[in-house]
Design a protein around this ligand. Structure first.
Ligand code: TRP
Length: 337
């Protein structure tokens, strides 16, 4: 964590941290999750662990790839409709963001809100302390009417500590089709948790990727340059570093598959050979068959009826949806009812 004196304006910045120690029962540690995932059949690893300092930067690089249309499509929507989006709620508005990362796209919404009101309280949440601190400092350097309260940790913990200033409506942002990284059941539960953290009359802006031909989907998750492969493999490298394991990264291959029946892209790490990996820190060895995979991520793709059903189940009224010019991606404003 940088020295607080180095922040652009310490008075306007608070960063809170929740860690596993503070909530041992509710939050399983990295070690416990890795042990559970790698001893399961089929093997899995939870995607939230992608986002260490390097993983978060690799994801920012993914967002710049020609094949990864999602970020560009969502940015196009904000460039075109930010003013209309923020007008869905009466001023003054406060903003909460789940999985804020670099907050680059969010700048377009921040600027649109600051055109309507003198100040803005922005509450970003991210699992990566480093990217949250960097983006908060950069924002404060650029917007002198902004106040930032950042939350490092799980969304569920962050949502418990949301602040509301006198008389303001809250706009929650869940962008980049992050919702798609949850199964339908988990997604429903998370949306209900978001709804509970809000009040009637607040809003949720949900960025959701739309169903489309597999020829477009697969390259978005398996780019020619190999950045997505590096992002996926970094999870093994993190396990090596933090849990004393000896994964040979050259013996695993990144693979993206489209699961038609479930409507999702899956990211896997495929073992190239029969091999045994030693996880010294956990005191276990894990065997791999040739071609056996670790399933590391799902990215569900939606249609509009599915999104409307999700909204209603969670206690929101789907009020308005915006699309990019090619209708690849949707931004959905839901009103908390
Ligand atoms: N939220 C992103 C998405 O579903 C995460 C992501 C992008 C991702 N590319 C990935 C996760 C590759 C795993 C592997 O689009």
């Amino acid at each position: 964590m940088p020295d607080p004196q180095n922040f652009a304006s310490p008075a306007r910045l608070v960063i809170r941290q929740s860690n596993a120690q503070g909530n041992q029962n509710a939050v399983a540690s990295f070690a416990d999750d890795v042990r559970a995932g790698l001893t399961a059949q089929p093997k899995t690893l939870p995607p939230k662990y992608f986002y260490d300092a390097l993983g978060s930067q690799l994801f920012e690089a993914i967002c710049l790839l020609p094949e990864y249309y999602l970020t560009r499509a969502e940015t196009e929507i904000f460039e075109r409709y930010a003013a209309e989006i923020v007008r869905q709620l009466p001023s003054p508005v406060g903003v909460v963001e789940l999985g804020s990362g670099s907050s680059i796209k969010t700048r377009l919404l921040i600027e649109a809100i600051l055109a309507n009101q003198p100040e803005l309280h922005y509450q970003p949440m991210d699992i990566s302390a480093s990217i949250l601190e960097l983006s908060a400092e950069a924002l404060l350097g650029n917007y002198d009417r902004l106040q930032v309260t950042g939350h490092v940790g799980d969304y569920t913990r962050g949502l418990e500590t949301i602040e509301r200033q006198e008389g303001e409506r809250l706009l929650a942002l869940f962008l980049g089709s992050n919702i798609g990284n949850y199964t339908l059941t988990e997604g429903r539960a998370l949306l209900k948790t978001i709804r509970k953290a809000l009040q009637t009359g607040d809003g949720l802006l949900l960025g959701a990727d739309l169903k489309k031909p597999v020829q477009v989907l697969i390259p978005a998750y398996a780019d020619a340059l190999g950045v997505t492969a590096a992002f996926n493999l970094n999870l093994l490298s993190r396990i090596n570093r933090e849990l004393g394991a000896d994964f040979d990264l050259a013996q695993f291959e990144h693979q993206a598959r489209y699961n038609e029946e479930r409507g999702r892209v899956e990211a896997h790490l495929v073992s190239r050979t029969a091999q045994t990996v030693h996880l010294r820190g956990l005191g276990i060895n894990i065997e791999f068959q040739p071609g056996e995979t670790i399933h590391t991520e799902n990215s569900y793709k939606y249609d509009l009826p599915q999104l409307a059903a999700l909204a209603e189940e969670a206690g929101f009224k789907p009020a308005k949806t915006w699309f990019d010019g090619e209708r690849r991606f949707s931004c959905n404003f839901w009103l908390a009812i």
